[in-house]
Design a protein around this ligand. Structure first.
Ligand code: PLP
Length: 417
């Protein structure tokens, strides 16, 4: 059977929707935007949905009884329903709007963590986590006396599952793991991790910041307890993200932030918290960003999710081949078949900041540094790397432009020796 993925996705069909991609940034040359793991670009449809809201449908949500407030509330709740469908969550109440992945993970650490983790309990993370999925657990451990343990990495950039069973025990309260590494691109076997963690009674939080935008996501099939992701990494605006949680876990969690909207009743003596998800959305939420995220999901849902992954895999394959011809270039991480659209590398002894700066002269945007993953870099005895990260609107020609420019970077530094 011919699937959408096997037919391939034509990025040119979509590029025209992204005003920023056709903008010449220097000398009239187009931008080659390869920094999608940091943040993606927005299509006109998302920008317009937000402009329309500000121009025609804007008031506060869940407060007013005038028609404008009701209209905005409808749009805000429709966005929640779009998120629900996109990740196949059983109910809209299980979708909490947060400020992003970081906000979602901190909410779990503060609310679920403080209520459920005690001195001597263990939290299991991995050596490839983004700081957003490490620091909140260190902070929880500092508050409670729990211990943070970690699953190591193999030399070729995968999770080493060999010691997993030995690390898991009845003391393990939570396993926090990313579905896709933001540095190595590695796609982790999260379903297996969830199954094995559940066998010892541990709760699993999956960081979906780099997976939900790129891979089909089905929280019901995964049986995941918590999933966190960000709007701005999936065509939506910054300032909004999502925490999905199993209903029984969310309902048992105390509120983290207190304020308007999250209560049932307040007296001078105390308060009764509201139901989920309102209990976790204190104050005026990111109304227009949430509606923008809904528009981003409309856009993404019209593209077969497996076609996005397949297109990115082909770009990664091409990048691995093309970059191999650049003398001294070393890709960190597994082979293309085990990765999402991320290629991270070193080039001889040239500092990644210099590489990124010289690529910028070719109008190629990449990221350089530790990518908020210092333990991972320490594991590979590196302080920084350069990362090219793709989305469905990137083209094979852009990959070739990267390889060509990197060869010129190498030559510039060779001449300087
Ligand atoms: N987790 C991963 C794997 C990421 O790549 C990122 C952002 O780069 C985050 C968490 C944090 O996302 P945000 O800054 O949107 O909260």
């Amino acid at each position: 059977m011919t699937t959408a993925a096997s037919r391939g996705l034509d990025p040119e069909v979509y590029r025209g929707d992204f005003p920023i991609l056709s903008q010449g940034v220097r000398d009239g040359r187009p931008l080659v935007y390869l920094d999608n793991a940091a943040t993606t670009q927005r299509p006109r449809q998302v920008i317009q949905a937000m402009v329309d809201t500000y121009e025609h449908h804007y008031a506060n949500v869940h407060r007013g009884i005038h028609w404008l407030a009701e209209r905005t509330t409808e749009l805000y709740e429709a966005a929640r329903e779009k998120v629900r469908q996109f990740i196949n969550a059983p109910a809209g109440e299980q979708i909490v709007f947060t400020s992003g992945t970081t906000g979602a993970i901190n909410l779990v650490a503060r609310s679920w963590g403080d209520a459920n983790v005690r001195a001597g309990d263990e939290i299991l993370v991995t050596e490839m986590e983004h700081h957003s999925n490490l620091v909140p657990w260190h902070q929880l451990a500092e508050r409670t006396g729990a211990v943070v343990r970690h699953l190591p990495l193999t030399e070729d950039g995968r999770l080493d599952l060999a010691p997993f069973d030995a690390l898991l025990s009845r003391r393990t309260r939570l396993v926090a793991v990313t579905a896709v590494s933001n540095v190595l691109g590695t796609i982790n076997p999260v379903e297996e991790i969830i199954r094995r963690a559940h066998d010892v009674g541990a709760v699993v939080l999956v960081d979906g910041a780099q997976s939900v935008p790129h891979l089909p996501t089905d929280v019901a099939a995964m049986d995941v307890d918590f999933l966190a992701f960000s709007g701005h990494k999936m065509l939506g605006p910054s300032g909004v993200g999502v925490l999905y949680g199993k209903r029984d876990l969310l309902e048992a969690m105390p509120p983290f932030l207190g304020g308007g909207s999250m209560i049932r009743r307040v007296t001078l003596e105390g308060f009764d918290p509201g139901d989920v998800p309102a209990r976790f959305e204190a104050g005026t939420p990111a109304i227009v960003p949430a509606i923008g995220l809904g528009a981003a999901i409309d856009y993404l849902a019209a593209i077969p999710a497996d076609a996005i992954h397949e297109h990115e895999r082909r770009l990664v394959e091409r990048a691995h081949e093309a970059l191999a011809s650049v003398e001294g270039l070393r890709i960190i991480g597994p082979p293309p078949e085990d990765k999402a659209g991320i290629v991270t590398f070193t080039l001889g002894r040239i500092h990644p900041h210099d590489i990124a700066q010289l690529l910028d002269r070719h109008n190629i945007a990449v990221r350089a540094g530790h990518h908020c993953a210092m333990p991972l870099h320490r594991r590979y005895r590196l302080s920084a790397t350069t990362r090219a990260s793709f989305y469905f609107y990137n083209t094979p020609a852009e990959v070739d432009a990267l390889a060509g420019a990197l060869d010129q970077v190498r030559q510039v530094f060779q001449r300087r020796k």
